[in-house]
Design a protein around this ligand. Structure first.
Ligand code: ZN
Ligand code: ZN
Length: 336
């Protein structure tokens, strides 16, 4: 399958959690967790349309100021999602600066916090000095936090000591593959129109909708959507990327992670400790590398990427990678 999501752990396996997902052909990106963001360029940051925060521990949220600093002068909206308490936490962060000169700025930050049943919402506008403006919010008992025609993000709540940490799955609703040979045969020139064509298919636009198709020979032709869908494209199950971090190794968490990550093309999952340090992992409410690998295997994930390693393994980085990979590829045994 040709990828539509390009996920990148920007700080490597030992750095602060931050998974930057570039959305192919959209010029947009999503960000899962907001640890140190200095590895991203301003250009990359400005592509971010929505940020999903697992929880408010500093290693997952310290990069918020970098985002804010980059977006402040722009005519852009940024959406941020997180667990219960995130609205107050960000209101506190915003209140830590002086905003007497931002009346003419148009940047708007919308923060939504998921409490299991409800998605509460507060808007913060630069022009109002980021004063909190609570909105009505909505019911959200299925965890579906974010939905566009080309991707959606769903969350589950995991126990992380006495707080909860959100795990997320990013899904493409339907994968539309373009047949390059068919394009050539018809003399169609590839380009941005293909993204528009895919959007029309995803939005289930009427088959007679006319799409302007640029021709290799020059000029363009109007072609009916149904004809294009029949001739140049085929559909399959969409791509699925799952992001799991800061989860206590409890039976309930493990069950929830397997359910969330089922049939992911990529599972990005924390592996903080080696399994021989399981007592410490329990104490610190984190997963081990072996558990991360087993969860990937039980979920039937195609690929596994581990991160959020404790610095205690800095001199043996392969230890966690090998342990996770062994558990991921081993034959099924008796559960995690
Ligand atoms: Zn953490
Ligand atoms: Zn944490």
């Amino acid at each position: 399958m040709r990828s539509v999501f390009y996920p990148r752990l920007i700080n490597g396996p030992f750095g602060d959690p931050a998974l930057y997902v570039h959305l192919a052909h959209r010029g947009q990106a999503l960000l899962f967790d907001c640890g140190d963001l200095h590895a991203l360029t301003g250009r990359e940051l400005l592509k971010v349309r929505a940020v999903f925060i697992s929880h408010g521990h500093i290693d997952h949220l310290v990069g918020f100021d970098t985002l804010l600093r980059t977006f402040l002068y722009r005519d852009l909206n940024l959406q941020l999602f997180g667990p219960a308490g995130i609205i107050d936490q960000l209101a506190g962060r915003l209140a830590g600066y002086t905003w007497n000169l931002t009346a003419g700025f148009s940047f708007v930050l919308t923060v939504r916090e998921w409490r299991g049943e409800r998605l509460e919402e507060t808007v913060f506008r630069a022009q109002n000095g980021f004063a909190a403006e609570p909105q009505p919010g909505r019911d959200c008992d299925d965890g579906l936090l974010y939905e566009t025609p080309f991707c959606s993000v769903r969350a589950v709540r995991l126990d992380h000591g006495d707080i909860c940490s959100l795990a997320f799955t990013l899904e493409e609703p339907l994968h539309i593959a373009i047949h390059r040979d068919a394009l050539e045969r018809r003399g169609f020139r590839p380009g941005p129109w293909l993204a528009r064509f895919k959007d029309l298919v995803l939005q289930q636009a009427p088959g007679e909708t006319v799409v302007a198709v640029p021709l290799a020979a020059g000029g363009s032709a109007g072609v009916a959507l149904a004809e294009l869908a029949e001739e140049i494209a085929s559909t399959e199950r969409g791509m699925k990327v799952c992001y799991v971090t800061d989860a206590a190794p409890t039976a309930a968490n493990l069950r929830k992670i397997v359910a969330l990550a089922t049939a992911s093309h990529l599972l990005v999952i924390e592996a903080v400790f080696a399994h021989r340090d399981l007592p410490r992992a329990r104490l610190r409410n984190h997963l081990t590398a072996r558990l991360a690998g087993r969860l990937g295997r039980l979920a039937g994930a195609t690929r596994l990427r581990i991160f959020h390693h404790s610095p205690r393994y800095l001199d043996r980085p392969q230890l966690l990678a090998t342990e996770a990979q062994d558990a991921f590829s081993r034959e099924p045994q008796d559960g995690p």
